[in-house]
Design a protein around this ligand. Structure first.
Ligand SMILES: Cc1ncc(COP(=O)(O)O)c(C=O)c1O
Length: 378
């Protein structure tokens, strides 16, 4: 999604100094409605980590969203935005016991776990709470995979949930995340098959699960087209039918990137254009924003943002694109150089599109004295 007219007008009239994110709430509202249409029977839990700007949380709370929170701080932000505790899930599988206790004291009663040790923390600090167990996925098809760190194999999820049941918790269901920026609409199928296996095995032991948390993964359009929310909805619903038949459980989705990614544009500036030798065939273009200023997802060149300049009609040539800090890791695109106009020069403004998700929060520390990424939500 290119910069909206509202974003273009904001930049033209306000002319903010330095790099900044400008995010259009109308797009967030459109995305929320698209998810609701695509999966009308699933509750939407916005993944706050994608962009916790209070204006976004307030809008989504008003529209009826629930919230997936990774920490007590995010839970407090969701509550401040108007969400009730019943609309909040503590979705991080790695929590301090005292944070579980704080969440419980705030009224939150839904927690993610992926091992028996975490179940024991929840049983001690949030007695009687509902827990869902995250299962591993392979992240295949995702441009920003989340595999390995979170979840356990389905056979272990059975023991984890049975343990929760034995400790007086409500073993409520199974969760998974198919990897962020998931391009394959069929990626939910094998995770739903695993979820059905856990449901059926526990039912034989008299433990009735009711919830499948199908996570995030819904993409933002960067340089390539991506399937619509509707296409994901169709494919996910077909997989639910395939694996659960007529007994489709309660379901949740937790979109982060797909909710806010295309609502934001970062305005940045060219600081330097140079070469390393007279014979060098590639320019280095340095921006006033880089990996440490909010573009962390360019790590391993995973996410390739669309970049728009006023000189885009001129001849384009690949360049190495880098950030402004004195850290050699602060290079955005080098393995696969980025085509930019040959006429691009110091002081030129560039618009980095699709940057509404996973940018401001990654730049919370003023590394090298560069201020954290400013954000304007309009
Ligand atoms: C538990 C959980 N849910 C949802 C999300 C959001 O994922 P996405 O931005 O791919 O929609 C994440 C992202 O890390 C997550 O960890």
């Amino acid at each position: 999604m290119a910069a909206t007219q509202r974003i273009i007008d904001f930049l033209a009239t306000r002319r903010p100094e330095g790099p900044c994110l400008v995010l259009d709430l109308d797009i967030v509202a459109d995305n929320f409605r698209a998810f609701r249409r695509a999966l009308p029977d699933s509750a939407i839990f916005y993944a706050v980590k994608a962009n916790p700007a209070p204006e976004i949380l307030r809008l989504l709370a008003t529209m009826g969203s629930n919230f997936d929170c990774a920490s007590v701080a995010e839970i407090e932000m969701a509550l401040d935005a108007g969400a009730t505790p019943a609309r909040i899930s503590f979705g991080n599988t790695i929590k301090k016991e005292r944070d579980v206790a704080r969440a419980h004291a705030l009224g939150v009663s839904l927690f993610a776990v992926d091992c028996e040790e975490e179940v024991e923390k929840v049983a001690r600090a949030a007695p009687g709470a509902r827990v869902f167990c995250r299962v591993l996925t392979d992240g295949e098809g995702a441009e920003w995979p989340l595999s390995r760190k979170f979840g356990c194999v389905p056979a272990m999820a059975i023991d984890v949930l049975a343990h929760a049941h034995d400790l007086g918790l409500t073993a409520t269901g199974v969760s998974f995340h198919v990897g962020s920026q998931q391009i394959n609409t069929e990626a939910w199928d094998s995770a739903l098959s695993d979820a059905a296996f856990v449901f059926n095995t526990l039912a034989e032991r008299g433990i009735v699960l009711t919830l499948v948390n199908m996570g995030g993964g819904f993409p933002t359009r960067y340089l390539k087209d991506v399937p619509s929310a509707e296409a994901y909805g169709r494919s996910i619903f077909a997989a639910l039918k395939r694996h659960f038949g007529n007994r489709i459980p309660e379901t949740i989705i937790e979109p982060g990137r797909g909710m806010v990614g295309d609502a934001g544009v970062i305005k940045a500036e060219v600081v330097l254009v140079s070469k390393k030798s007279a014979e060098d065939d590639k320019r280095w273009v340095f921006l006033d924003i880089g990996k440490f200023g909010g573009l962390a997802e360019t790590m391993d060149e995973a996410i390739r943002y669309p970049i728009v300049t006023k000189r885009d009609g001129d001849r384009m040539e690949p360049c190495v694109l880098a950030g402004p800090t004195c850290d050699s890791a602060d290079v955005l695109y080098e393995k696969k150089p980025y085509p930019l106009p040959i006429s691009l020069t110091v002081g030129d403004e560039v618009l980095i599109e699709g940057t509404g998700a996973y940018t401001t929060t990654y730049s919370a520390v003023a590394f090298n004295g560069f201020e954290p990424l400013r954000s304007y939500v309009i």
